[in-house]
Write a protein that binds this ligand. Structure first.
Ligand code: ATP
Ligand code: MG
Length: 734
């Protein structure tokens, strides 16, 4: 227990100073990979060993539950004792713990339930309906963010001043009703967890005194992403007397869109008494190429607190930049490169693929699956397991089989069409009695008068919708069927109304499903399987989707490639990192391009992504991307121009004519990049117009292979996209 030197081993002087500082308020402000998290963990160990602080007196706040588990494991390794009872967790999990323990004082039922933001939205919609409030004037999403916003600022309905404004008064009233409904049902949303536990402590002086007494030291990681309420909560809990150690990096604040306040870093330094400021300037994570490139990029941001960051590490390999001719080619490059690297002895778990939008994972996932590379999606769901995708698939399954009860139950009231749980319950009972499917029960119940009123018309409308879609599907191709299902069932509209990033991501995923279907019928998805047409194609596609969702799930201990959004990558590190889709409109995201503040946040996100890489970083982008269901030409991201050229090299593949390394290239045409024809075959380039004796005129979209075996994908007017072998196809350049 007395070997305190081990805790200070492998620490530079600044880190050692931070770890072993006398107890008092401390702010560690430092860039990526400088050992902030490591300092936090070692400081806890130091406090317990050198300062004899009881494990019960420590409260440590992490950004994710996984980070909390890791912190605990590392502490146990350092101290050699079990620390199961130490309070390490996220703000939400710690608030939850307080409320569970003191549910009576918090005026909650003992078994209160936590609701996530989807549940919350559903509840708000029901309220609007129950009170006959126009949901166009008061869109549910807006009501939701109003309520969350109030809670984040610590405001209860009676504390919000509407200044006599009618619109605002209505919002406040909705907040009040929402809250009443939650109270009645024993429901607690995420914002409520924090606000409620803040009020619990504030209104119970004895309890507050108990915790202020109990916690001898409070530590917070990723402080730059705390919001107003979390800040207030910390202030209250510590009474500004319990010493705090907070670590953060203003350049890595990436949750401004969710209420995080970078200013909290400055506020902390000014408001908490005698705060000691420690700066860490040595990066231990990345090669100097990666670090210097990231430093150069973040310099484009105007609003910064200013920090230095250097590394004694190797120069390392240059950053590889690959511009695929389309998103499939991009994915293929990533997966081929991964297989090469794994062949050289790198573990798959040491490789991460990061992307800006969830929907980007689909093409990459499918390429990984096809090539048999195990992967896991970190902090998110695999494409075919996402809520909106499961909903769309449920409709599609109903088209094929009305008796699929699980699918029917899943979507009968999604989006909301006035079919309540009681009605569904009635159908379920009836089906149980007669032994029929729910679909049959629905028909019987609507025709024999056992159900009445609005329920009947809603159920009939639902059944008609399915029948109509089925009729129309006959003449459509697979992707058209899916597109129509997305639109006509109201799924797209439903998520579009959600506003915000989450709704946007769901709409993008639905569009991505259409793209997946298109690729599927063109035989790109499953080698050697005939996709067929219409309903047959749909059946094959659904089988494929089910397989993608289930079979290939890597088990937890399997060595697999890590996929995640840039946001979920915060705090992590990997020897090899791919950043995919580095294109204008995708990253920086189009929703952020107009506002300078948001653009800076995107740049910080890019900085976070780059600084995850230890040894090797790849940027990939595609020139043609099927996005939101249609193909668009994409320009490389401005972030690629902001990284000085000397740090990057452009990848050239065999069989392609590459362009020279340049980051300030003019609008990227496809012409510089294509297939060489070989002996007596025509030399063709992407984007080129060609003519075919049977299919007529078209444009080259895609190309692979070399010489005789080279294949090109041509988009023919009227005939659609086709893959043709160059040696046979008799294409004439136009
Ligand atoms: P981020 O800003 O990304 O959260 P961070 O500042 O929290 O990064 P850590 O994750 O704590 O940085 O450390 C980055 C890496 O450097 C880790 O692998 C850590 O073990 C290593 N490291 C930190 N300090 C030292 C040191 N003094 N000697 C050797 N390795 C170190
Ligand atoms: Mg960290």
């Amino acid at each position: 227990m007395d070997d305190v030197t081990a805790i200070l081993d492998q620490m530079n002087p600044a880190q050692r100073e931070a770890v072993s500082a006398p107890q008092g308020n401390m702010l560690v402000l430092a860039g990526a990979g400088s050992g902030k998290t490591r300092v936090l963990v070692h400081r806890i160990a130091w406090l317990m060993q050198a300062e004899r602080l009881s494990p019960y007196a420590v409260l440590a706040v992490t950004f994710t539950n996984k980070a909390a588990r890791e912190m605990r494991t590392r502490l146990e390794a350092l101290l050699g004792i079990s620390l199961r009872h130490v309070w390490v967790g996220t703000f939400h999990s710690i608030a939850h713990r307080l409320l569970r323990t003191h549910w009576q004082d918090a005026r909650l039922p003992q078994h209160f339930q936590i609701i996530d933001s989807d549940d919350q939205l559903r509840l708000i919609k029901r309220l609007l309906k129950d009170y006959n409030i126009d949901d166009e004037r008061y869109p549910p999403r807006q009501v939701q963010s109003f309520i969350s916003g109030c809670k984040e600022e610590g405001l209860r309905p009676h504390q919000v001043d509407a200044h006599g404004d009618a619109y605002l008064s209505q919002m406040v009233e909705l907040y009040e009703r929402y809250q009443l409904t939650c109270e009645r049902g024993g429901l607690v949303d995420f914002g409520e967890l924090l606000l409620r536990s803040l009020e619990l402590l504030r209104d119970n002086p004895a309890l507050l005194a108990h915790y202020q007494e109990r916690f001898g030291h409070v530590l917070v990681d990723e402080f730059q992403d705390t919001n107003t309420l979390q800040y207030a909560w910390l202030k209250l809990l510590t009474g500004m007397r319990t010493p705090m150690t907070v670590v953060g990096d203003d350049d890595q604040s990436i949750y401004g869109w969710r209420g995080a306040r970078i200013e909290n870093i400055r506020r902390f330094e000014n408001e908490f008494p005698d705060t000691k400021l420690v700066r860490l300037e040595q990066n231990y994570r990345s090669t100097s190429v990666i670090l210097d490139a990231a430093n150069a990029l973040i310099r484009y941001n105007a609003e910064r607190m200013g920090k230095e960051l250097w590394t004694a590490g190797d120069h390392g390999e240059l950053i590889s930049v690959y511009g695929g001719f389309n998103d499939l080619d991009e994915a293929r490059y990533i997966v081929d490169t991964i297989r090469e690297r794994v062949g050289e002895g790198i573990n798959r778990r040491e490789i991460a693929i990061l992307y800006r939008s969830n929907a980007q994972s689909r093409v990459i996932e499918e390429t990984l699956i096809r090539q048999g590379v195990p992967y896991r999606i970190y902090g998110g769901q695999r494409f075919y397991e996402r809520l909106e995708i499961k909903n769309a698939l449920a409709y599609l399954r109903l088209l094929l089989n009305r008796d699929d009860d699980a699918s029917l139950e899943r979507v009968i009231n999604v989006p909301a069409r006035g079919i309540g749980t009681r009605t569904v319950e009635t159908l379920r009972n009836r089906a149980r009695q007669t032994g029929d499917s729910l679909w049959q029960a629905l028909h019987d119940a609507t025709s024999d008068g056992s159900l009445r009123g609005r329920a009947v018309s809603s159920l009939k409308a639902f059944a008609d919708l399915i029948e109509q879609l089925d009729n129309e599907a006959a003449g459509l191709s697979l992707h058209e069927i899916i597109d129509r299902v997305n639109e006509r069932t109201g799924l797209v509209e439903h998520h579009r109304n959600e506003k915000g990033e989450k709704g946007q991501a769901r709409v993008e995923n639905l569009e991505e499903l259409v793209t997946a279907a298109k690729a599927f019928t063109q035989g790109e998805t499953l080698d050697g399987v005939e996709a067929g047409e219409g309903m047959a194609a749909l059946e094959a596609f659904l089988a494929e989707a089910a397989l993608n969702a289930g079979e290939h799930e890597a088990d937890e201990f399997e060595d697999c490639v890590q996929l995640m959004t840039l946001h979920s990558a915060k705090g992590l590190e990997f020897p090899v990192v791919f950043m995919a889709g580095v294109e204008e409109g995708l990253f920086p995201h189009k929703m952020s391009m107009e506002e300078p503040g948001r653009l800076e946040e995107e740049r910080r996100l890019c900085y976070v992504g780059m600084t995850r890489a230890m040894k090797k970083l790849y940027f990939t982008h595609a020139e043609l991307r099927r996005l939101h269901g249609k193909e668009t030409f994409q320009r490389p991201s401005r972030f690629l121009r902001e990284v000085p050229e000397g740090f990057m090299e452009e990848v050239r593949l065999r069989g392609q004519v590459s362009r020279p390394v340049t980051t300030s290239r003019p609008s990227p045409g496809l012409q510089q990049n294509g297939v060489e024809g070989g002996a007596d075959l025509p030399s063709l380039s992407l984007g080129q117009r060609v003519s075919h004796p049977v299919f007529g005129e078209g444009v080259i979209l895609n190309a692979e292979g070399e010489g005789e075996r080279a294949r090109v994908q041509v988009s023919f007017e009227g005939e659609g996209d086709k893959w043709l072998v160059l040696g046979f196809a008799k294409l004439t350049p136009l």
